[in-house]
Design a protein around this ligand. Sequence first.
Ligand code: IDP
Ligand code: MG
Length: 149
Amino acid sequence: MERTFVMLKPDAVQRGVCGEIIARFERRGLKIVAMKMLWITRDLAEKHYGEHRGKKFFEGLVAYITSAPVIAMVIEGKNAVKLVRDMMGKTNPQESLPGTIRGDYSIDLGRNIIHGSDSLASAEREIGLFFTKEEIYEYKLVTENWIYE
Ligand code: IDP
Ligand code: MG
């Protein structure tokens, strides 16, 4: 089953909406196979957002993501990468539709509350940056046969 990396950014933690956002993934039928709170270091932030190095928003992005703790997760499910991205909405909350996480919880591009991997390759890379193999659990949900045919 496909895995994706999801991070509730510092604004989600500070605003006390992590539980609500996690509940959306649970309600969808997705399985959380790893989760932890951590305070991202500058080194990890630069690795995670390496593709954006050199862009004009990079310094602000690193400052934002290292400003307070985050909640990191690995989420598993059929087509999990795309499913989570669709649930998140557009990168810029101004363009995110109501009903999406960014569309329901955020307003500004630089405070868009959640990260989700944009491809299978990114997911594998990001999961490896944040979690060891031992921190990711393989287990069966008792509801699985009611979620998948
Ligand atoms: P994504 O998070 O939807 O994958 P990316 O383009 O990968 O979007 O950008 C990573 C993050 O960088 C965004 O979620 C957002 O927090 C921030 N970001 C992207 N573009 C801008 C910008 O123009 N100004 C400020 N922050 C930005
Ligand atoms: Mg991205």
